[in-house]
Design a protein around this ligand. Structure first.
Ligand code: HEM
Length: 302
């Protein structure tokens, strides 16, 4: 229908839904950690990206709640899906960034649809008569409905699996290509809270727990590439690929400390999930759109 929301439109829409502040426009409340990345040998079979041939590298990462609300309780509606963003710092200064969340599959297929969805959320707040505009939309859109009905609340940021959702094209040294989606799997195992368990938690349970966990030992995630087969949707992030697809382990993250100044680190860190590298190209237009949008929000917090 010709709708074409710009990155600035998405920022304005996020502020319209969550409030006009100058912190991150979404995924506002979070905790930064630091650590290392160690690649596997298998990674280089899929991509020639140099980040997999430099041994152990330093990383910064940020765990976050979903909503664009700075002081939202960790127990509130809108906290899920929680996010994990990671930046690997290669030896030549190149940065490899990911911003992932807990849901395998996005709520809608495109950035235009995401803008519409956010406006429906804004129009369906407390006091709005049922069925709300959002409820009406969900009834006609089974994928979005499934998304909101299957959100989970992790017991800890360290016990959730995180999904890259958007697709990349990997190319190896022989010129062979494959489409992949990222997945970050917790070494501590997956643990999610039942609704009554969530109710019993404090308003900062996730932020506090990860900080205390890291002082006792590393928080570890294995990074996998899920490899597409013929017919898998590359450009529609709302459709998860079948679980039968091959998962290739790319490496392991060890988060073992906190940044020296957490306020400065939070403000100065920008994750750009749609950046190209030799052997790694975005294969879903949403990734490129995200790369245009995140810097606007970054600029607002300076
Ligand atoms: C069109 C779709 C999307 C838009 C417009 C959008 C927009 C944004 C914006 C504006 C930020 C704040 C960036 C900053 O201030 O540094 C952000 C952060 C984030 N987004 Fe998205 N996003 C989209 C899709 C996604 C998807 C598909 C995922 C999960 C795979 C995701 C996960 C995250 C995470 C985890 C953060 C927090 C990054 C951090 O901790 O700094 N987003 N997003």
């Amino acid at each position: 229908d010709g709708q074409k929301e710009t990155p600035q439109d998405l920022i304005n829409t996020l502020h319209g839904t969550f409030g006009a502040h100058h912190e991150r426009a979404v995924h506002t409340k979070g905790v930064m950690v630091v650590g290392t990345f160690t690649p596997t040998k298998d990674a280089s079979k899929l991509t020639k990206a140099p980040v997999f041939s430099e041994g152990k590298l330093p990383v910064v990462a940020r765990f976050s709640l979903f909503a664009g609300v700075p002081d939202i309780p960790d127990t509130a509606n809108g906290a899920a899906p929680t996010g994990l963003a990671i930046k690997i710092k290669a030896k030549d200064g190149t940065e490899f960034d990911f911003a992932t969340d807990q849901h395998n599959g996005f709520v809608v297929a495109t950035s235009d649809e995401f803008a519409n969805f956010l406006r429906l959320v804004a129009a369906s707040g407390p006091g709005v008569e049922h069925p709300t505009p959002l409820e009406k939309f969900l009834d006609g859109h089974p994928i979005s409905k499934h998304f909101v009905e299957t959100l989970t609340s992790p017991a800890s940021y360290a016990t959730a699996t995180f999904f890259g959702i958007n697709s990349f094209k990997f190319t190896n040294g022989d010129g062979k290509s494959a489409f992949v989606r990222y997945r970050f799997v917790p070494k501590a195992g997956e643990h999610y809270l039942k609704p009554e368990e969530l109710k019993a938690m404090g308003p900062n349970y996730l932020q506090e727990e990860i900080v205390s966990r890291i002082t006792k030992g590393p928080v570890v995630f294995d990074w996998y590439a899920q490899v597409a087969e013929d017919g898998d949707k590359i450009e529609d992030p709302s459709i998860a690929w079948p679980e039968s697809r091959n998962l290739v382990k790319l490496g392991t993250f060890y988060f073992n400390g906190l940044p020296q100044d957490k306020v400065v680190a939070d403000k100065q860190t920008l994750f750009l999930p749609g950046t190209s590298h030799p052997g790694i190209e975005p294969a879903d237009p949403m990734l490129t759109f995200r790369n245009h949008t995140y810097p606007i929000s970054f600029g607002e917090r300076q």
